[in-house]
Design a protein around this ligand. Structure first.
Ligand SMILES: NC(=O)c1ccc[n+]([C@@H]2O[C@H](COP(=O)([O-])OP(=O)(O)OC[C@H]3O[C@@H](n4cnc5c(N)ncnc54)[C@H](OP(=O)(O)O)[C@@H]3O)[C@@H](O)[C@H]2O)c1
Length: 332
C-alpha cells in the first residue's frame, strides 16, 4: 500500500510517499481502507516535534506514519473483535493504536471506532474524532446549561468549531474568541458574539461568563478567572507547554467565590463518537470543511494546517488517483 512516511521532525516537506506492507490487525483491532483523514493541531505538533512529542521520541516522530483521524471501510477484523464486519463504514481515532491514517490502509483498536450512518460522508465523519470529542467532553465536563453565557477561547479552530455549535445546541449564549479572520466563521458556527483576541482581552469584558472553555490557554489561571461570574468554571483544553502545572495547581484550589479551574482529560470514546455522528446525521451540528485535498496533495493540506488559517477542517481523501476527488461534502 502507499503511505506517507515521516522519518524526521520538521515541516510538511518531510512527508514522503513509500510503498509499505499492509498492516495486519491485532486481535482487538480492525483494518480499514482509509477514505478520509482530517488534520488536527495534534498532527502538526507530531510532525514539527512539539516539546511534548519530543518526550516520547527526541529526534523523529515515534510513529513513521502519522494521521489520527480516520474514516473508511472495514477490510479485516481481529479474532476478538465483536460488532464490526468487513465492508462497514466506520470512523475513529488512531492515536492510541500507533497512528497511521496517512496511508491507504490503517489498523486501530476496534474500541476506538464507531459506525458512519449512510447520510454522513467519509469526509464529514473524518472531522469528528479528535476535534469533536475534545469539544463534546469539554462542554460536558464544564456542565454547560441553557441560558448560561459560555465563552470559547480559540473558537475558530477545529475543536472550537464543534464547541460553539454544541454550546449553542445546549441553549447557551455563546461568545467566540479567535483572530480577526475567523470572526465570520465563528458566527457561521453559531456564536452570538465574537471577539478578535488581538484587539480584545476577554478578561477585560464587562460581560462575565458562567463557563470559559479555553482551547489555547496562554495566561495564568488567576488572570483568566477574572472573566468568570462567581461560581463560574474555567475549563482548560489546550495551551502553552508549560501552563499545565500552573493549571493543575489552580484546579486543586478552593476559592471563596466558588470559581473553579478544570483540566480536560480527553478520552478516546467510541460512545461519544457515536453521539456526535448521530448529531451530524440529525443535522443538529455540521462538519465545516475548509477544503478536501486529494491523496496526492496531503503535504499541501498539512502545510495549510501548519498556518492555522482554516475556517473549518482540512480533510484529505485517501484513495490515490481517484476520480472522486471533487470538493466537499457529497463526493466522499
Ligand atoms: N486536553 C486534551 O486532552 C487535549 C488533547 C488533544 C489536543 N488538545 C489541545 O486542544 C487544543 C485545541 O485543538 P484544535 O485542534 O482545535 O486547535 P486549532 O485548530 O489549532 O485551534 C486553535 C485556535 O485558537 C486560535 N488562537 C491562537 N492563539 C489564540 C489566543 N491567544 N486567543 C484566542 N485564540 C487563539 C488559533 O488561531 P491562530 O490562527 O491565530 O493561531 C486557532 O484558530 C490544542 O491546544 C490542542 O493541543 C488537548
Amino acid at each position: 500500500m502507499k503511505a506517507y512516511i515521516c522519518d524526521k521532525y520538521g515541516a510538511a516537506e518531510n512527508l514522503h510517499l513509500e510503498d509499505v506492507n499492509l498492516p495486519a490487525p491485532k486481535s482487538d483491532e480492525i483494518l480499514i481502507q482509509v477514505h478520509a483523514t482530517s488534520l488536527n493541531s495534534w498532527d502538526w505538533d507530531k510532525l514539527r516535534g512539539h516539546v511534548f512529542t519530543r518526550f516520547e521520541s527526541f529526534k523523529a516522530p515515534a510513529h513513521r506514519i502519522l494521521g489520527g483521524d480516520a474514516a473508511g471501510i472495514v477490510a479485516a477484523v481481529g479474532d476478538e473483535v465483536e460488532g464490526f464486519n468487513v465492508g462497514e463504514r466506520v470512523f475513529g481515532d488512531l492515536s492510541e493504536s500507533g497512528w497511521g491514517a496517512f496511508a491507504e490502509y490503517a489498523t486501530g483498536k476496534a474500541a476506538n471506532f464507531a459506525k458512519i450512518p449512510e447520510t454522513v460522508s467519509f469526509a464529514e465523519a473524518a472531522t469528528l474524532p479528535q476535534a469533536g470529542l475534545l469539544a463534546l467532553q469539554a462542554l460536558r465536563t464544564a456542565n454547560v446549561q441553557p441560558c448560561m453565557h459560555v465563552l470559547i477561547n480559540g473558537g475558530g479552530g477545529g475543536a472550537g468549531m464543534f464547541a460553539i455549535q454544541l454550546a449553542k445546541y445546549y441553549g447557551a449564549t455563546v461568545h467566540g474568541v479567535d483572530n480577526a479572520e475567523k470572526l465570520d466563521a465563528m458566527k457561521s458556527f453559531g456564536a452570538d458574539h465574537v471577539y478578535d483576541y488581538k484587539q480584545t482581552d476577554f478578561t477585560d469584558l464587562t460581560q462575565k461568563f458562567d463557563i470559559v472553555i479555553d482551547m489555547v490557554a496562554q495566561r495564568s489561571p488567576a488572570h483568566s478567572l477574572r472573566a468568570l461570574k462567581s461560581r463560574g468554571r474555567y475549563m482548560v483544553v489546550g495551551g502553552k507547554p508549560f501552563n499545565p502545572l500552573r493549571m493543575f495547581l489552580a484546579s486543586r484550589k478552593t476559592r471563596e467565590d466558588g470559581k473553579s479551574v478544570k483540566i480536560l482529560m480527553w478520552n478516546n470514546s467510541a460512545e461519544d463518537m457515536a453521539k456526535l455522528v448521530k448529531m451530524v446525521q440529525d443535522r443538529k451540528i455540521r462538519c465545516f470543511i475548509e477544503h478536501v485535498y486529494p491523496f496526492e496533495q496531503l503535504k499541501s493540506a498539512m502545510d495549510a494546517q501548519s498556518k492555522f488559517l482554516a475556517k473549518g477542517k482540512h480533510v484529505v481523501h485517501m484513495i490515490p488517483n481517484s476520480e472522486q476527488n471533487s470538493p466537499y461534502p457529497t463526493a466522499i
